[in-house]
Design a protein. Sequence first.
Length: 163
Amino acid sequence: MNRQIPASVALMMFLVWSAHSLAQNSMEPSESGASIQSQAQSRENSPDTQRQTPEDQRRGPPIYPTLAAGLIELGVPVIDVRSEAEVEETGTLADAAHIPHTEIDAIVEFIGDDTSRAVVMYCGSGRRVGIAIDALRERGYHGMVNAGGFGDLEQALEAGNEG
């Protein structure tokens, strides 16, 4: 059973998660004298940091697999926007509905009339989700979370189950 969580609640969850992450990874210099800049650079390579090429940054929102995994645990619905061949090869995650990223009308039908409904979406890397989210935003929808790629979300879900 999927519960509808408004985008404002999802945003609040993200802000709490961000504050928690910042508290755990404070920017104080280490004993070895590492600079704040080098610590920030290492954080850029962490699994929770958005992974986008310059082309991806022009399309869609940042990628948050860990946030998406937390939302999925709360019952937020999931859409896999990969191709049929990709889904046949690996299956889907988290009981996701499979709707290719080019079928925007079908995604809108799945989301329903609540344009702020929280929905997690993933593909192979996050790029196709970004394309779909851009199209959905043009139609007034704004509750989507880009979980990135299948592997990123799978790893985040496994990490959540371990903790």
